[in-house]
Write a protein that binds this ligand. Structure first.
Ligand code: NDP
Length: 327
């Protein structure tokens, strides 16, 4: 028997509760993992609260990420005792996830824990941090260099935003952080932002094209923010779009793309191929200052995850949350 968050949906409605369950609840898989740490991402908060139809099978253990130790494996790639991480692949949505003491998954979904991270640090990064790195890689591969100018990071105080700022600053870029929480300016500057702007500058309907400012953009907000970011990206610059914290719409025109040659990269972490994940985690292990990671992270127990999910959706959680699944 082990502890897990369990989401149910039936005639009594949609609800999430901390429960003690056994392995018969877990789906088929060839590797069983003792989860040490999990985390709360934006998507986990949507699943736990039922705010969006993220969960597509019931009962479901939420948690799109986990890090832990292999207990049993029928997959040749993994042996008992291996330290592993998992991000995405529909885990926590269609396949029971990481907000539990035990998970059973397909071995092909797992990655080896990078040797310089603890399981707790890997979850402090989690899907949000790995997605931030996918955005960084998209801008780098586009050819954007620190000398090209400012990089805008939106949703700056959130999980994706915080890691994106820390990594881009570490790589020598000049980072401008857009936030709705001016009180977090000192935090954002400590992560490496050169300037902090109010997100209201970007979140209202704007012009089809405006003054060129950004060499590159990492956007986790969407909607008018993404449209305005594209409209103010410099000639042949690039925007990496990964999120919808401000809305799923994209009220833009083609002007930035056809007049300035701006490129919009879509970033998906969930089904990204193995080699893409390996590259992102390798780069996180090299380019993310773990001292900054500590500043980004705060810890909760599994029993607090339901309350924290509501706080996260209300924009009241800064940076990243790690979840100790044993308490
Ligand atoms: P967080 O909740 O940690 O951060 C989101 C941030 O967005 C908030 O901290 C806030 O930053 C800002 N924000 C929130 N609401 C609004 C609003 N109404 N208007 C403008 N800004 C707002 O979430 P994550 O960082 O974990 O995820 C960010 C987004 O990226 C989510 O939409 C998530 O679904 C998506 N995502 C996508 C992935 C993919 O594979 N494509 C993977 C991971 C995440 P501030 O207070 O500083 O303004």
């Amino acid at each position: 028997m082990f502890k897990a968050l369990l989401i149910s949906k039936d005639d009594a409605g949609y609800r999430t509760a901390l429960q003690t369950i056994d392995e018969t609840v877990l789906p088929a898989g060839d590797v069983t993992v003792k989860v040490e740490w999990s985390t709360l991402n934006y998507k986990d908060a949507l699943a736990i609260t039922g705010a969006s139809p993220v969960v597509r099978r019931f009962p479901m253990v939420p948690g799109i990420d986990f890090a832990g130790t292999v207990l049993e494996s029928a997959n040749a790639a993994w042996q008992a005792g291996d330290k592993v991480i998992l991000n995405g692949w529909g885990v926590g949505e269609t396949h029971c996830g990481g907000l539990a003491e035990v998970a059973r998954v397909k071995g092909e979904w797992l990655l080896a824990l990078p040797s310089n991270f603890s399981t707790r640090q890997a979850m402090a990064i989690g899907t949000a941090g790995y997605t931030a790195m996918l955005c960084v890689l998209a801008l780098e591969k586009h050819g954007i260099r620190p000398a090209d100018g400012e990089i805008l990071v939106t949703g700056a105080s959130g999980g994706v935003g915080s890691v994106a700022i820390a990594v881009m600053a570490q790589l020598g870029y000049t980072v401008v952080a857009s936030t709705g929480r001016p009180g977090e300016a000192a935090y954002l500057k400590a992560l490496g932002a050169s300037e902090v702007i109010d997100r209201s500058e970007l979140s209202k309907p704007g012009k089809a094209i405006s003054k060129e400012r950004w060499a590159g953009v990492i956007d986790s907000v969407g909607s008018h923010t993404l449209a305005n970011a594209c409209a103010s990206t410099k000639y042949r610059g690039a925007v990496a779009a990964c999120g919808l914290a401000g809305g799923m719409d994209f009220p833009a025109t083609v002007a930035p793309f056809i007049l300035r040659g701006v490129t919009l990269y879509g970033i998906d972490s969930v089904m990204a191929p193995l080699e893409v994940r390996q590259e992102a985690w390798l780069r996180l292990s090299r380019d993310l200052d773990v001292a900054k990671l500590d500043a980004i992270t705060h810890e909760i127990g599994l029993s607090s995850a339901i309350a924290t999910a509501s706080d996260l959706l209300a924009g009241q959680v800064r940076g990243r949350v790690v979840v100790d699944v044993t308490r």
